[in-house]
Design a protein around this ligand. Sequence first.
Ligand code: FE2
Length: 413
Amino acid sequence: MTFELIVKGGLLPDGTQADIAISAGRIAAVEPGITAPAREVIDATGKLVSPPLIDCHFHMDATLSYGTPRVNASGTLLEGIALWGELKTLQTRDEIVSRALTYCREAMGKGVLAIRSHVDVTDKSFRTVEALLEVRETIKGKMDLQLVAFPQDGWFRAAGAEAQVIRALDAGVDIVGGIPHGERTMADGAAAVRTACRIAAERGLMVDLHCDETDDPLSRHIETLAAETIAFGLQGRVAGSHLTSMHSMDNYYVSKLIPLIAEARVAAIANPLINITLQGRADTYPKRRGMTRVPELLAAGVNVAFGQDCVMDPWYPLGSGDMLDVAHMGLHVALMTGTEQMNRAFQMITEAPAQVMGLDFGLRPGARGSLVVLDCATPIEALRLRPVRKVVISDGKVVARTTPPAVNADQFA
Ligand code: FE2
């Protein structure tokens, strides 16, 4: 038989060397020395071949808008939300589409083949939703885009938000979102969690909430989210994004909470670039780090992924679309510099988010024929160097190639 594509001699993340054959968009074989012919052979000898990088927490309706209509002078989450309130009434549908596609191209060149983006559904013009539905269609077959119906100002705090979430889901947005800590009261927050879970159960959807993105140790909506996940039978379909209040919670309380999260099979999504810059802002010294308890959640068997959250938008002036930057920051903030922990950090931008998003990615026969060849040998080297992604393959098609730059430097005699 003739394969579509063979990637030869690559090193898999576990260090084994194997050829990978792809046929009809799927991985057909992963084994050393495949001799069957292929329409295209890619030499990856000695290079890391990885499953696709994935960003499971992003805001594509705001990306690359930095400075429009002004920059976030204080750098705080609250000014960012206020600034977004201004921007969303000014930006046109075409501008959102154009910025999003520019971003997708950049991210794809860096090996990102799937993104879960929250989309603010509260603007009555609905242009954010319509724009990102168009982007999802445009990039189909190259990148997977999952959209979360996100009421930025809460299900109940903003008039008509609940109806807008339903409208977005009816229009084809994939996932039920929310921001319970943004509601007026803790009781309203709990009600918002319950409503999101009920609607997801009724419609057979997943849930992904911005949950407890605060330094308040008493912000405990994650507890409600885990309990309601069990009550509605949504185990394995729910993610809690941020969970930064867990950083500040009482340790005894957390010793009860983490097993509950594990029991509910709620995934945790930490966003290290944003958590380390937005949380702890009101502290003097010592300043809290603000990221959720990543190693402890992992130790309890919770699926924990890293997301990017923001690139050049009202909340964050930096960001490059490179999930290796995100994992690099994440492992530093979480003090995960042990060998196994660094390998785990790499999985948190590949395997873990694939599980969160329900994607059939992985370097195994039968999985989707999507992979990345990096200009390095191991996952730890990838995190250290954040090297060029030489070849990016999506469902059996090469979608990006980058030639590593030649370095001309004086030699030491
Ligand atoms: Fe977010």
